[in-house]
Design a protein around this ligand. Structure first.
Ligand SMILES: C[S@@+](CC[C@H](N)C(=O)[O-])C[C@H]1O[C@@H](n2cnc3c(N)ncnc32)[C@H](O)[C@@H]1O
Ligand code: SF4
Length: 470
């Protein structure tokens, strides 16, 4: 159901915030693709621990989600905060794929054939850095070792600048049904500054080809807060996106983390900040809502009728490292350099250096660098944070029943710390539930942070760990 005009008007009012409000809320905080967040994980958790977790999942006979990381890109976009390896010379691909297939084979030995793969995602870097033949070979190897569900969601991230029609035809023929395209912004000055020249026409033609080939869902990635963006310029980008009518839109907040990604320093003086960045976001948000898209939550929009929108209404929406999904209950097996797994009550990350990952796979097949076992308290907090992010409401009784606690007792301190946000209009706190308002949905990371006790220590770290919440 799209939003009625008076609702849109009310939202517009609700989202008129002051400088002082932004100064209080726009502070470093995690995106909660996991809880506890990655800086809490430790290197005492190794391959042996992951193997034990694999066994637990086997006993639980859970459905399977696979993630494959292809780290390579041909050139560096200066804003990029992803785990990438820039390599023009494509000779690096065959050896990488050799090691990846070995890891795949080893992981598959921990997953019996009656457990179905319900979700398969290729991310990066840029998976279409690979040739169509290489993609076909890797996909074939995966199918040989795993059983795919008939209706499995099979998705891939593509950079339109390096993706050909032949790529799309191959992907579609193999059974890929979802595409996610990086766009970011169409303004020439923004594109030049971030070293990503990507004409509208090229992007449009690829999207039309994807539609013609019958992909079920096409997502586009945009970023607000890039250098030289203004609300007017961004409004124009959004108009062009609306012309393309993607099924889903990810509108990410630009994460400025120059202590991790030095190249971001190159344009630091030209970044829109504070009120100006918020205005760019608000422009994008309102334009998508007015065009009939629904705001799913942290950064994501979908057309009404999209399964994410339905899952949110039914409160069956779920979040993992790739964002929002309807596939709750699946265990995620990540493969490739830096890849992350989320299996049962544990997280594990693969070696982050290419050579170290290759060596670990050669020696043992499993390349865990660090990981984490969740405690009972972690699981309880993960459930609360996940409900805030996915459902926008936490029903106290549901959590209490699931974990055998008295919600108001257990979270007395957190409820007290939510008071200022309640007064600021981000959240309502009733006897039976905590419910976010529109403003609260925009600043949802701040609300989730209240339930994260690890933050206090993390904030004392010498270097900041997270980007700002706006
Ligand atoms: C792996 S890339 C997508 C596929 C492909 N490499 C491309 O760029 O088209 C994932 C997405 O992360 C987002 N991203 C990367 N760095 C970011 C940053 N610093 N802040 C916010 N979003 C970022 C971009 O929107 C990008 O499209
Ligand atoms: S945004 Fe995409 S193409 Fe650009 S460097 Fe990052 S991963 Fe590579």
């Amino acid at each position: 159901m799209t939003l009625a005009k008076p609702t849109l008007q009310r939202m517009r009012e609700e989202l008129r915030v002051s400088e002082e409000f932004l100064a209080r809320y726009n502070r470093p905080g995690p995106r909660y693709t996991s809880y506890p967040t990655a800086p809490v994980w430790n290197d005492a958790f190794g391959p042996g621990d992951l193997e034990k977790v694999h066994e637990e999942a086997e006993r639980a006979r859970t459905p399977v989600s696979l993630y494959m990381h292809i780290p390579f890109c041909e050139s560096l976009c200066l804003f990029c905060a992803c785990n990438v390896i820039i390599q023009k010379n494509k000779d690096v691909a065959p050896p990488y794929l050799g090691v990846l297939k070995r890891e795949l084979e080893r992981v598959s030995r921990s997953v019996s054939r009656e457990r179905q793969v319900v979700q398969f995602h290729w991310g990066g870097g840029t998976p279409t850095y690979l040739t169509p033949a290489q993609i076909e070979d890797l996909f074939g190897a995966t199918r040989e070792h795993f059983t795919f569900a008939e209706d499995a969601e099979v998705g891939i991230e593509v950079d339109p600048r390096v993706t050909s029609r032949e790529h799309l035809e191959t992907l579609r023929r193999l059974g890929f049904n979802r595409l996610s395209m990086g766009i970011q912004d169409f303004h020439p000055e923004v594109q030049k500054t971030i070293n990503r020249i990507q004409p509208f026409e090229l992007t449009r033609d690829l999207l039309l080809a994807a539609r013609e080939l019958g992909f079920d869902s096409v997502n586009v990635d945009l970023i607000y807060g890039l250098p030289y963006q203004t609300p007017e310029r961004f409004a124009h980008t959004v108009d062009e996106i609306l012309e393309l009518a993607p099924d889903r839109v990810a509108l990410f907040s630009y994460a400025h983390v120059p202590w991790l990604k030095k190249q971001q320093g190159a344009f630091a003086a030209h970044l829109p900040e504070g009120m100006q960045k918020f205005e760019i976001f608000r422009t994008g948000l309102m334009k998508f809502l007015e065009a009939g898209y629904l705001y799913i939550g942290m950064d994501h929009f979908a057309k009404p009728g999209d399964e994410l929108a339905i899952a949110q209404q039914n409160r069956t929406l779920h979040r993992n490292f790739q964002g929002y999904t309807t596939k709750a209950g699946a265990d995620l097996y990540g493969m490739g350099v830096t890849a992350i797994s989320g299996i049962q009550n544990a997280y594990a990350q693969n070696q982050r250096e290419l050579a170290a990952w290759e060596k670990a796979v050669a020696e043992r097949g499993i390349a865990t660098m660090r990981g984490y076992h969740l405690s009972e308290d972690d699981r309880l907090r993960r459930a609360v944070i996940s409900r805030l992010l996915c459902h926008t409401v936490v029903v106290k009784e549901e959590i209490a029943r699931e974990f055998g606690i008295d919600f108001n007792d257990y979270f007395a301190e957190e409820l007290r710390r939510l008071e200022p946000s309640r007064e600021d209009g981000l959240v309502s706190i009733e006897s039976n539930e905590i419910r976010t308002t529109w403003l609260g949905r925009i600043f949802i990371r701040n609300l989730a942070m209240v339930f994260d006790p690890y933050l206090e220590k993390q904030q004392l770290a010498a270097k900041p760990l997270f980007s700002k919440t706006l």
